[in-house]
Write a protein that binds this ligand. Structure first.
Ligand code: NAD
Ligand code: UDP
Length: 364
């Protein structure tokens, strides 16, 4: 049985204008939830916010501000009668976290503390937290079930693990505080409209945006980090998940939190259970884009594991959710966004070419 308020429940999405957040907001609205976004735009733009609103075709409130600002979070929770929170806001670059751990402790940990405190003060007792498969570190167990041991390899991962543990303590202290931490595997792809997606302005660290920018002629070739792993073709294997599937997993997690069988705090993998090697991704992207993506095999990247694969059965049994998009679809949608997607009829300045360069130059 669902315990939904009489009105459509209102969800606060912190970081709702980011890559994953924007897709989560679109799926929440499609599922009938009201949404308020809190975003400080440090890694998004007002143009993305406008596109989210257009894709939702329903009113979405956007509050510009920092999740570390507890008073602002409290005002927002009260003003919009928020029933639950999806906490996506934060920093996410592993290398940056190693160079400046305090920045990560500040934004990720203090952000979570301010949010949890504001939720307690305003009697908002349901949270979905954006965690990461990085909490498994270099675990030997493959595929990775939620019961696998955790291990911190860098400050970013430490913040994810610490926030999960903070949520353990907060949910243990208050009977009506319930939480789900979603451990994402490798989110890729974009909305089928081509209007929202991820296109980093700096040199991408992640494989998909690098391959996509190479296909677009922005980079010369992909450097494949390691060809001597114990995998079928020697290159690293990952569990890539389409961002729309991932977003739908958040809707399923919220529905679960509003049910009468919600446990205190569940950790749930969001992955497909299928792994692809770097060379398989390059091949699939070449086909989807109609461009031969050049590559060379170089030394392993320090800190990388050979294989990272989700055991996705818990999400299916508990939430009734599973991913449906295959690698071809991930590549096609990623490429459509890279190329500017369908021109938006309400914004006549979006010619294909202009939109393309705008994505490349100033991010999504
Ligand atoms: P993103 O950077 O695209 O989105 C984060 C959003 O939060 C941005 O819009 C940014 O402007 C906003 N933001 C950042 N700090 C904020 C603050 N202090 N207050 C308010 N807003 C703030 O990142 P993403 O890829 O969408 O990731 C979302 C979440 O998922 C993050 O917590 C990230 O750690 C987690 N995650 C991402 C991945 C991935 O591969 N993208 C994998 C695992 C986990
Ligand atoms: N990778 C690569 N070249 C790149 C970026 C990544 O060969 O320019 C490889 C990386 O070694 C890993 C896989 O692609 O095997 C996925 O890397 P990504 O950074 O996207 O995700 P993560 O390492 O966080 O799983």
């Amino acid at each position: 049985m669902l315990h939904l308020p009489k009105m459509r429940p209102c969800i606060l999405a912190t970081g709702g204008c980011g890559y994953i957040g924007s897709h989560v907001v679109v799926e929440l609205v499609a599922a009938g939830y009201q949404v308020v976004i809190l975003d400080n735009f440090e890694n998004s733009t007002h143009k993305t916010a406008a596109r989210i609103k257009r894709l939702c075709k329903r009113h979405v409130t956007i509050v510009e501000g920092d999740v570390c600002d507890r008073a602002l979070v409290e005002d927002t929770l009260l003003q919009y009668n928020v029933n639950a929170v999806i906490h996506l806001a934060g920093k996410k670059a592993v290398g940056e976290s190693m160079a400046d751990p305090i920045l990560y402790f500040h934004d990720n940990l203090l952000g979570a503390i301010a949010l949890l405190e504001a939720m307690r003060n305003c009697d908002v007792g349901r949270i979905v937290f954006s965690s990461s498969a990085t909490v498994y570190g270099a675990s030997e167990m493959q595929p990775l079930a939620e019961t696998a041991s955790t291990c911190v390899l860098n400050p970013y991962g430490r913040t994810k693990l610490m926030i999960e543990e903070m949520i353990d303590d907060v949910t243990a202290s208050a009977q009506d505080f319930k939480a789900v931490s979603l451990r994402y595997f490798n989110p890729v792809g974009a909305h089928p409209s081509g209007q929202i997606g991820e296109n980093p302005t700096d040199v991408p660290n992640n494989l998909f945006p690098y391959v996509s920018q190479t296909a677009a002629g922005i980079r010369d070739k992909v450097r494949v980090f390691g060809g001597d792993y114990e995998t079928p073709d020697g290159t690293g294997v990952r569990d890539y998940i389409h961002v729309v599937d991932l977003a739908k997993g958040h809707v399923a997690a919220l529905d679960y939190l509003f049910s009468d069988h919600a446990a205190r705090h569940e950790r749930i993998n969001l992955g497909t259970g299928t792994g692809y090697s770097v060379l398989e991704v390059i091949e699939a992207f070449s086909k989807a884009s109609g461009t031969r993506v050049a590559y060379e095999i170089v030394a392993r990247r320090p800190g990388d594991v050979a294989v990272s694969l989700a055991d996705a059965t818990f999400a299916k049994t508990l939430l009734g959710w599973e991913a449906t998009h295959n690698l071809t679809r991930m590549c096609k949608d990623h490429w459509a966004f890279q190329c500017g997607g369908k021109p938006d009829e309400k914004d006549s300045s979006f010619t294909r070419q202009l939109h393309f360069s705008e994505n490349v130059l100033s991010g999504s």
